[in-house]
Design a protein around this ligand. Structure first.
Ligand SMILES: [Zn+2]
Length: 99
C-alpha cells in the first residue's frame, strides 16, 4: 500500500501557532521532543522524528502535529490527546476566538 503524499485535514481542525501549541500542551510542553520522537511510520528507520510540522487543534481540543518523518521524508502525524485535561477547554476556546 502506498502512503498518502499529502495530509488530509479534518474539517474541524484549525492551524495554530507555536505559542498556542505551548498553551495547549500545558505542563507537557517539556515533553514536546518525546512526542516528536514517538511517531508511527512504516519506514522502520530507528531514530526518526517528526519534522517540518504544523500544529492543529480539533473539536475535541486535541492537538495534531502534521509534518514529515525525518527517516523517510514522507508525511507523518502525531496526535496528542490534550482534550481531557483540566482547564484546556478554556484555553482552546480562547485560541479559537482569535482565529
Ligand atoms: Zn518514515
Amino acid at each position: 500500500m502506498r502512503k498518502r503524499e499529502k495530509h488530509i485535514l479534518g474539517k474541524d481542525e484549525i492551524e495554530i501557532g507555536p505559542l498556542h501549541l505551548r498553551q495547549m500542551l500545558m505542563e507537557s510542553w517539556d515533553q514536546l521532543d518525546i512526542f516528536l520522537e514517538s511517531i508511527f511510520c512504516t519506514c522502520g528507520v530507528e531514530s526518526k522524528k517528526l519534522v517540518q510540522y504544523k500544529p492543529y487543534l480539533n473539536n475535541l481540543n486535541d492537538v495534531i502535529l502534521r509534518g514529515k518523518c525525518s527517516g523517510c521524508n514522507t508525511i507523518a502525524t502525531r496526535y496528542i490527546e490534550t482534550g481531557e485535561r483540566k482547564g484546556v477547554e478554556l484555553i482552546a476556546k480562547r485560541i479559537r476566538n482569535r482565529n
